[in-house]
Design a protein around this ligand. Structure first.
Ligand code: ZN
Length: 365
């Protein structure tokens, strides 16, 4: 993205508009953003990178508008009072992401469930210092939403064989642990990456890739697999994961070494700031098998969820790994801490997840 150069004629026109926006900001008058980002001169440049697909959800964008999202929103930042938006980046090609209509502006409902607000003007941070003017350093911001154009963010997103997007096996960052948030889960929630249309498409694709890979010694079939995992293919990240899984399962077993020992699963108290994996052993396995009911109240409404043996919290038919994202998905609020929100009852004692956690992993002093 950093290497993209806008065509000179477009850049000249965009600079004129940006100068006018800057003058309006200085004068305190209304800013007028001419939507030059929708022009073919710059949009085609972006489409050449990975074809006509949404950079966030990887859906092909056919027979509908191809929108260009501003990763840092140009005119306001949702939930950040008084922020003028990253207006100075309105015509920076490096701030553009090809997006489907839903990822850009939301609005979709499936099976009666509203699927996230989508990105729109959301740009939450998980740490760092928020830039408010063109003089501020963007590198001091730690965005919460995964950036499809970032060199390592896409690696935080993985997929299970059921087609659900989830966190890859990457340790949580310091900022994630500090705030009890998983960047992948929050991105999945905000962009509705596990909506009931996408999940079956991914599951089907992953199954196809697995079947094809088993016969991959034929050139024609190898080509089909290559096409499905190629960057321009829909859901190619999930396809690539299916291929990697296939290869891992079919790799010849390494010869045992004399010093081989069975590794003990590491319990990481830091992880229990974010998800429930290391707390599962402290819950009744039989109860987990049938599902442990969690309840939480927000604005006088009681919300229910079910915690299962994998440590997933099921809310409205979707599995979440992190209590906070599950609570936000249930309530629609971006500000809830799920550890304080969710209650469970253990041997007749009702407690919050935070209280339950503190019994087993006392907070660092
Ligand atoms: Zn999308």
């Amino acid at each position: 993205m950093q290497g993209l150069t806008a065509p000179p004629a477009w850049a000249t026109k965009a600079k004129r508009t940006l100068d006018a926006v800057r003058a309006a900001v200085a004068a305190g008058t209304e800013r007028e953003f001419n939507s030059h980002w929708t022009e073919d001169a710059v949009r085609d440049l972006l489409l050449e990178l990975v074809g006509v697909k949404c950079w966030y959800c990887e859906s092909l964008i056919v027979r509908t508008d191809i929108t260009v999202d501003h990763y840092r929103p140009k005119s306001e930042v949702l939930d950040v009072h008084g922020h003028p938006g990253y207006w100075w980046l309105a015509y920076e090609v490096s701030n553009y992401r090809i997006a489907c209509k839903h990822c850009n502006s939301g609005g979709a409902r499936y099976n009666g469930v509203r699927e996230g607000r989508a990105k729109g003007s959301q740009f939450p941070l998980i740490g760092g210092t928020r830039a408010r003017t063109s003089l501020d350093d963007l590198n001091r911001e730690q965005p919460l939403l995964l950036d499809p154009a970032h060199h390592s963010d896409p690696d935080l997103l993985g997929f299970d064989s059921g087609g659900y997007a989830r966190r890859s096996n990457t340790p949580y960052s310091q900022a994630e642990t500090k705030h009890g948030l998983c960047r992948a889960d929050e991105t999945i929630r905000i962009l509705a990456l596990n909506d009931s249309h996408l999940v079956p498409l991914r599951a089907r694709l992953m199954e196809e890739v697995g079947v094809l890979a088993r016969h991959g010694d034929l050139t024609d079939i190898q080509q089909l697999v290559d096409d499905k995992v190629g960057p321009e293919a829909p859901y190619s990240a999930a396809a690539a994961m299916a291929l990697a899984l296939h290869r891992a399962c079919n790799r010849p077993a390494a010869a045992p070494t004399t010093a081989a020992t069975t590794p003990t699963p590491a319990v990481d108290p830091a992880r229990s700031r974010v998800d429930l994996q290391d707390l599962l052993e402290h819950l009744d396995p039989d109860a987990l098998k049938t599902g442990i009911t969690l309840t939480g109240q927000h604005e006088k409404k009681v919300h229910r969820a079910v915690l299962n043996h994998e440590g997933h919290i099921n809310v409205l038919g979707r599995p979440w790994r992190t209590p906070t994202t599950a609570a936000r998905a249930a309530t629609g609020s971006n500000k809830i801490d799920g550890w304080d929100f969710w209650h469970l009852t253990i041997t007749g004692v009702e407690q919050t997840l935070a209280e339950f956690r503190a019994t087993h992993f006392p907070p660092p002093s």
